[in-house]
Design a protein around this ligand. Structure first.
Ligand code: ATP
Ligand code: MG
Length: 575
């Protein structure tokens, strides 16, 4: 491609809303174009990189026996009602009506649709296993679309679904997809970690997230350097502190004026925070978004609450719970903002962290302004409706597997794999007949990759202050030939010759033949991040050029033929 002919508009100014490098650079290079918040289009260069990622994904999916199909983004509500997700998915589901008032949504994912295809088409064990996938546009009306392609409202996802006779089959399908994902993200040039993950609204038993490591990522992972434990902090188990066998002391109410936080009360009573109980108060909502109950969660004062564990313990979707209005909740349950404790609390669901029953003589709010209780003990003084691990694992906390202090890192979730089991095949009636004509539910898995988010993650991990540094495998072009002076016939002829040779050998070349100052061309070449740069300038008369890799600082003067040979070698090695 000749740059003089290309539809390309790079920006000098950084758009104000862009906070992270990938967003800034994808806009500055003109690779993506914003339409409205969370909705982007792709310009020629950006679209080329996107298609390369898609091609890598396709090859690895096909290698595992996946078959590509393409389903509509428009999905009838009836299927979502059958699976029970029309409500469970919440306000992220982009709902619409047709002219007759019939409900639809724009698919945020396609479990229902693929299950529907398979329940209609598959009837016998002979048709299993089956792995179907698509690379398709998804819609999620995100509460906070941000960071460009990272969290958008319209995005491209690769979604696969596996259909097996039994759980052994599912294990094989899952392992295949896990393996394919490792290959895909490696080929895209990402540094990533596969970590155990929560299953969220999708449902199912087992899941891993593939997280591209990055400080700007929204996923938090915890991992252990002494064993191979690695999980999202949402998912990571937190081992309970050992039980104590202190003698039970008598319950007492004490005056603790103005001590609304754990820090304040611990300081006032000269207690370690481990000896206190923290209360967190929530209100829950029903399907019509009306308030339908209160929840009080209790954990040790030195711990943090993991909201995902709480909603899982309650068995409700994440969007149907929020912090309670303390005054309103107090009228119903007897709680008092800043002084809430488990003793005597009523008319609410009491969820107790699994660690508390083993701890003795703790301090908790007394449900009375400016008062706490000391020597509060589980069983004797209060009980919970639900007892579950609610703790959020943090840097330095003990590893749930081996006890060593855990490390924390941030990352970008680029993919996730789930073992669904029979969640959808049961709710939607997808069955097959075995050799003896006995019906069974099909055992399913689902596997997603955020294709557009992967593109952003690659830029996030591969850039410097001058621009993008594409890994060759997903670069829009392999080589940029910078023609310093297009008016100079010798330079022009040599540049054209190099351009032809690279393309004839299967390389992808960009010829910067624009009538621009050399400084502008070099700046753009760096900004666009094309992996190999061949500069044709003053030395053209001697048949020489300057050869440089975008990722390296050094430049070399080479015979033109040698530069082409080197470029082709890099291309065949890294593509
Ligand atoms: P997140 O936790 O980031 O909201 P998710 O767990 O809801 O993501 P999945 O339902 O597992 O996402 O979707 C599969 C993949 O689609 C994710 O791993 C991610 O790469 C991508 N993805 C999800 N939501 C978005 C979004 N709003 N914008 C871009 N990509 C997304
Ligand atoms: Mg996910």
């Amino acid at each position: 491609m000749r740059l003089s002919k290309m539809h390309l508009k790079t920006l000098r100014e950084v758009p104000a809303e862009a906070e992270i490098a990938s967003h800034v650079l994808l806009l500055r290079t003109g690779m993506i174009r914003k339409l409205v918040s969370g909705v982007y289009g792709f310009m020629p260069m950006g679209y080329r990189s996107l298609r390369k990622i898609e091609d890598i994904i396709r090859k690895e999916m096909d290698a595992k026996g996946g078959q590509e199909i393409h389903m509509s983004a428009v999905q009838p509500a009836e299927l979502w009602m059958e699976s029970g997700r029309w409500f469970a998915y919440g306000p992220e589901l982009w709902r619409l009506k047709d002219r007759n008032g019939r409900d639809f949504c724009l698919g945020p994912t396609h479990e229902e649709i693929f299950t529907d295809v398979v329940r209609n088409d598959v009837s016998s064990y002979r048709q299993l296993p089956l792995n179907l996938y698509q690379i398709q546009t998804k819609y999620r009306d995100e509460a906070r679309p941000r960071f460009g392609l990272m969290r958008s409202r319209e995005f491209i996802m690769k979604d696969s679904y596996s259909f097996d006779r039994d759980y052994e089959g599912l294990d094989r399908s899952y392992d295949d997809m896990y393996d394919a994902y490792e290959k895909i993200f490696t080929r895209c040039g990402l540094t990533f970690r596969a970590v155990e993950a929560d299953t969220g609204a999708i449902g199912g038993s087992n899941s891993h997230e593939f997280t591209a490591l990055s400080d700007v990522g929204e996923s938090e992972i915890a991992y252990c350097q002494s064993c191979d434990m690695a999980a999202t902090t949402e998912r990571a188990e937190f081992p309970d502190a050992p039980s104590t066998d202190e003698a039970l002391l008598p319950l007492e109410t004490v005056y603790t004026p103005g001590t609304k936080t754990i820090e304040e009360v611990a300081a006032y009573l000269k207690l370690p925070k481990e000896k206190t109980i923290k209360a967190l108060l929530f209100v829950t909502y029903d399907q019509e978004e009306k308030e339908n109950g209160y929840v009080a969660a209790f954990i040790r004062g030195d711990r943090d609450l993991n909201k995902i564990k709480l909603v899982n313990a309650l068995g409700i979707p994440e969007h149907s719970i929020a912090f309670a209005d303390e005054a309103k909740m107090g009228e119903v349950t007897g709680s008092v903002g800043g002084f809430t404790g488990p003793v005597g609390l009523h008319d609410c669901t009491i969820v107790v962290d699994s660690e508390l029953p083993g701890q003795r003589n703790l301090c908790a709010g007394a449900n009375k302004e400016d008062h706490h209780q000391i020597n509060v003990n589980y069983g004797r003084d209060y009980e919970g409706h639900i007892i579950k691990d609610l703790k959020l694992l943090k840097e330095g906390d003990p590893c749930p597997v081996c006890g060593a202090p855990v490390k924390q890192a941030r990352g970008i979730e680029v993919g996730q794999v789930f073992k669904l089991g029979t969640k959808y095949s049961e709710s939607m009636g997808a069955t097959y007949k075995d050799e003896n004509m006995v019906d069974h539910h099909i055992v399913m898995g689902c596997y997603g990759i955020g294709v557009t988010r992967t593109l952003a993650a690659v830029v996030e991990q591969h850039h410097d202050e001058n621009g993008i540094i594409w890994p060759l495998s997903v670069a829009p072009y392999h080589v940029i030939i910078t023609l310093v002076n297009p008016e100079d016939v010798v330079q022009l002829a040599l540049a054209e010759e190099i351009y032809e040779k690279i393309q004839q050998s299967g390389g992808e070349a960009l010829l910067d033949d624009r009538k621009e100052r050399p400084g502008v061309k070099f700046k753009d070449a760096d900004l666009l991040g094309i992996p190999i740069r061949i500069t044709v300038g003053k030395l053209a008369g001697e048949g020489k050029v300057e050869y440089k890799l975008r990722r390296d600082a050094d430049k070399e003067e080479l015979e033109a033929g040698e530069a082409v040979r080197r470029a082709l070698e890099v291309i065949s090695r890294e593509r």
